[in-house]
Design a protein. Structure first.
Length: 467
């Protein structure tokens, strides 16, 4: 009877190993097969973004916008980046510069993290374009045309108007934490001033780019050079009947106008109205600004040699190297900013070196010291540069924010990386610690205990039979 006993021992050993594997299975990561998916646009390829980089569904929101981005990097590198779970960002579609090839990475039904604004993420489809905002050579005919066909398809599919109110750049997405600021929480500036919006919108609409132009300007108090005198909510009306209101800075804008001469009437409460004409040239920004006088106000500069009087009229300008302060020209110190490193950060208006007033142990953002360390994972891989530049360094894509938790406002370290995304929360089971895959320690441990009881019972029966 020895051989059957050995066989029984082997069987029991195998059962014991299996039971332990099930009982303590929660100690190991559970790999889940990616959900099957395919491109929703006939011209696109499909490469899935990592599931850690987007949200499933849109929380009941409808698609209202298409948001245009520039990758600040290469097509292949950006696709690879969105497959990395550390990216915490994604876009629905990626476009290649050389030939306009399109790769879809997130289903249109899901929320990609690209805008730095949770609500805009849920209400938009994001397109990333290969290249850098400072080099227009990346914006090829092939990519413009391919992108325009895709956007036209999306607009037709979701009923999105083919205009600049609904097809917007990342730089036009509101910062959810700082009203009046844009570019999302990361204050992005892409696609930048080199992106040809007139041509792009014309291609989307299927008309020739040279058929439209843009009329833009400021409405200011007194003098059009009075940069601090913007008149908000002024009414600007064209001879065609189109009207608009100025924003908080006094800026107005009419987009997609046919070429020709327009009569422009400007009015605001408490100011004398003005009317003037402007010729709009196709394919260009056409500037026309207005300086409105206060109603019943008489110009009087008194002893001011610079700045503006109470009516908003200019009292003169200062020579180079001087600044206007309380109506007088003088060298003005500029020591109110905080420094991010050990270098002198500024010079005064007469080019005298400023004095470092404060060091920032955690870095600074928007010239203010941060009061705590930045988050460990970067959401925006870009350096702080002037005007419309996002980044001139690593070929990582322009990124958005993780939308499932409340992020901190943008923070910037000394190295220039920006952070506007908190760490992704891990799923919790009711009976175990964070488990990265839906494990259940209570369930698996209970199964292990039952397995051990079963083995003991089998051993007891075996002994009785072979004695």
């Amino acid at each position: 009877m020895k051989m059957p006993g050995k066989i029984l021992t082997l069987i029991l050993g195998a059962l014991l190993f299996s039971a332990n594997a099930f009982a303590f299975g929660d100690s190991y990561p559970i790999l889940q097969a990616p959900a099957a998916n395919s491109t929703e646009y006939p011209e696109a390829l499909w490469v899935a973004a990592n599931s850690s980089n987007y949200s499933t569904g849109r929380s009941g929101e409808t698609i209202q916008y298409v948001i245009i981005h520039v990758m600040q990097g290469s097509y292949a590198g950006s696709i690879s980046w969105f497959q990395n779970p550390a990216a915490r960002s994604s876009a629905h579609y990626m476009l290649r510069s050389s030939d306009g090839e399109i790769t879809q990475m997130v289903s249109e039904a899901n929320t990609a993290w690209h805008a730095g604004n949770l609500l805009y993420n849920k209400r938009s489809i994001g397109l990333e374009h290969e290249g850098w905002v400072t080099d227009a050579s990346w914006f090829t005919d092939a990519m413009y045309e391919s992108s325009a066909r895709l956007v036209a398809h999306l607009c037709d599919k979701y009923g999105i108007p083919k205009d600049r109110d609904h097809i917007i750049g990342h730089h036009e997405v509101p910062d959810p934490y700082n009203p009046g600021q844009y570019g999302g929480a990361g204050h992005h500036t892409d696609p930048g001033s080199l992106w040809d919006w007139n041509r792009y919108i014309a291609l989307i609409r299927g008309v020739e780019p040279e058929l439209i132009g843009e009329l833009i300007g400021y409405v200011r108090e007194g003098d059009i050079m009075n940069a601090d005198g913007g008149i908000a909510n002024a009414t600007v009306e064209l001879s065609t009947g189109l009207t608009t209101k100025t924003d908080a800075t006094g800026l107005y804008r009419f987009q997609e106008l046919e070429p020709g001469t327009y009569t422009i009437s400007v009015s605001a409460e408490g100011y004398v109205s003005q009317t003037d004409t402007k010729e709009v040239v196709a394919g260009a920004q056409n500037w026309k600004s207005f300086g409105l006088q206060k109603a019943g106000c008489e110009s009087d500069c008194g002893d001011k040699e610079c700045g503006f009087d109470d009516c908003g009229n200019s009292c003169g300008t200062c020579d180079d190297g001087q600044a206007c302060h309380n109506g007088q020209c003088a060298c003005m110190p500029n020591d109110h900013l905080a420094c991010c490193d050990n270098a002198v950060c500024w010079f005064d208006s007469c080019k005298n070196q400023g004095v470092v007033r404060q060091r920032c142990p955690y870095g600074c953002a928007d010239a203010e010291c941060l009061d705590k360390p930045t988050q460990p994972e970067p959401d925006v891989f870009e350096t702080e540069v002037a005007d419309d530049q996002d980044d001139l360094g690593e070929p990582e894509p322009d990124l958005g924010q993780e939308p499932d938790s409340e992020p901190e406002p943008e923070q910037t370290e000394d190295n220039g990386y920006s952070y506007d995304v908190p760490p992704l929360p891990q799923p919790y089971d009711e009976e175990c610690e964070p488990c990265n895959g839906g494990c259940s320690a209570g369930t698996s441990n209970a199964f292990g205990a039952l397995s051990i009881l079963f083995i003991i019972a089998v051993i007891a029966i075996g002994r009785r039979r072979f004695q």
